[in-house]
Design a protein around this ligand. Structure first.
Ligand code: HEM
Length: 400
């Protein structure tokens, strides 16, 4: 790989880098020249950056040394410890993590998701019908956000009459923009699930909130707070990344009509296209761990308590693993990307997310829907998730 003579200024924690800049130049340089790179403290703690595929995978594999219990996302030091630390699925270490995961694993297994497919197809069809009626839409808000939200609401036992309300709240809670609006919307979501979990604890149904509200782990019921934090984990996990990946994939297709045509000509390509969308969009920008003991990576000593950050989009463009990593190719095989994580905390919703993407693109292709740009997309201003915040398009029905 050619070494670049002048190193770029490295600052991966500037949100604008992801909305208006080019993080790939920095990641490429880091992979080639400084695979274990120290980012000094700012309002965020200092941390080690891992940018190579193999290093991220190796660290992922060692959940004892690289713990999730103190948070998996960088957060300002003044915000203190993550409230979910040691309590939610994403923020616990083994052995408790395994026990929490065992409660819900079955719900997200291939067989269960296959059983849900007819309903998911109906939801997807309804969302596409509505967008076609509107014609001119924001693909993020009107299409990509709705499918995963309605599906996870269904799995969690949220009555259908409340889906639209939760859609409004999650749109406000996740949108970049006024932090106060986001905070209030999030509090309202928590309030909603507080009421729902109490109702499900008293009268359990066949849904995820009932599972959590009645769960016994290590001989004890989960506390109402723990149930709530885990519901939040499922709702956020179930919607945010899929929304951005679906929209980011659509953007990639609009920029490369040949790839969409290839897919239209051969439906068997859908599974590999979905993998390529996941790799290409790598919507989870970073995932953090905290070292529980001394470790060494490429001769660099990592001390107990140090934060270590995995940059997933960088790992997924590692030229030592992927041929032509900067090319979006629906035929790509193999495609062992890390967009859904790896190891102990591998994405619980991986099967669901893949099916959602397949059904959405399949629905558009099957009906020969034309999706055309209708203005400039806007990218998210965030170091946590990356991809389109807004994607204005015109959607037109295909020839009957
Ligand atoms: C394109 C869509 C998605 C992407 C890119 C994505 C990405 C990820 C990543 C990178 C992780 C690993 C976090 C870590 O290493 O600490 C993860 C974990 C998780 N994801 Fe997803 N995810 C997606 C869809 C979903 C869906 C649909 C759900 C449904 C509930 C979901 C729920 C979760 C949960 C609960 C975890 C924590 C699992 C654990 O810690 O054991 N995700 N996801």
């Amino acid at each position: 790989m050619p070494e670049m003579s002048a190193p770029p200024h490295i600052n991966l924690v500037d949100p604008e880098l992801y909305s208006h800049g080019d993080p790939f130049t920095q990641w490429r340089w880091l992979r080639a020249n400084a695979p274990v790179h120290w980012q000094p403290p700012s309002d965020l703690p200092g941390f080690w950056s891992l940018t190579r595929y193999d290093d991220v995978r190796t660290a992922y594999r060692d959940a004892e040394t690289f713990s999730s219990a103190q948070g998996i996302l960088l957060r300002p030091v003044e915000h203190g410890a993550d409230p979910g630390g040691g309590r939610t699925l994403a923020l616990t270490d083994p052995p408790r993590h395994r026990r929490l995961r065992a409660l819900v694993d079955e719900w997200f297994a291939v067989r269960s998701i296959r059983g849900l497919e007819p309903e998911m197809r109906g939801i997807t069809r309804g969302v596409v019908d509505r967008a076609l009626d509107l014609g001119s839409v924001d693909f993020v808000a009107d299409v990509a956000a709705r499918v995963p939200l309605y599906v996870i609401c269904q799995m969690m036992g949220v009555p259908e009459s409340d889906w639209e309300h939760l859609y409004e709240l999650t749109s406000q809670a996740f949108a970049a923009g006024d932090p106060l609006t986001r905070r209030f919307a999030h509090l309202e979501i928590l309030g909603y699930f507080e009421t729902l979990q109490a109702a499900k604890a008293a009268d359990p149904g066949d849904d995820l909130v009932s599972v959590l509200a009645t769960a016994v782990v290590d001989g004890e019921r989960l506390s109402p707070d723990d149930v709530l934090l885990n519901c939040d984990n499922l709702l956020v996990g179930g919607t945010e990344n899929t929304r951005i990946a679906a929209a980011g994939g659509m953007l990639a297709f609009m920029e490369r009509p040949g790839q969409w045509q290839a897919l239209a000509g051969d439906a068997d390509l859908l599974p590999s296209a979905v993998e390529e969308v996941l790799r290409w969009t790598s919507t989870a920008t970073h995932i953090m761990r905290t070292a529980t003991r001394r470790a060494e990576i490429h001769g660099q000593s990592i001390e107990a308590g140090d934060k270590v950050v995995f940059w997933l989009p960088s790992a997924n463009r590692d030229e030592s693993v992927f041929d032509d990593p900067d090319v979006f190719d629906v035929h790509r095989r193999p495609n062992r990307h890390l967009a859904l994580g790896f190891g102990e905390h591998f994405c619980l919703g991986s099967v669901l997310a893949r099916v959602e993407l397949r059904l959405l693109y399949g629905e558009l292709l099957g009906r020969s829907v034309r999706v055309e740009p209708d203005g400039e997309p806007a990218l998210l201003d965030s170091i946590v998730v990356n991809g389109p915040e807004r994607l204005p398009v015109v959607m037109k029905p295909g020839a009957a």
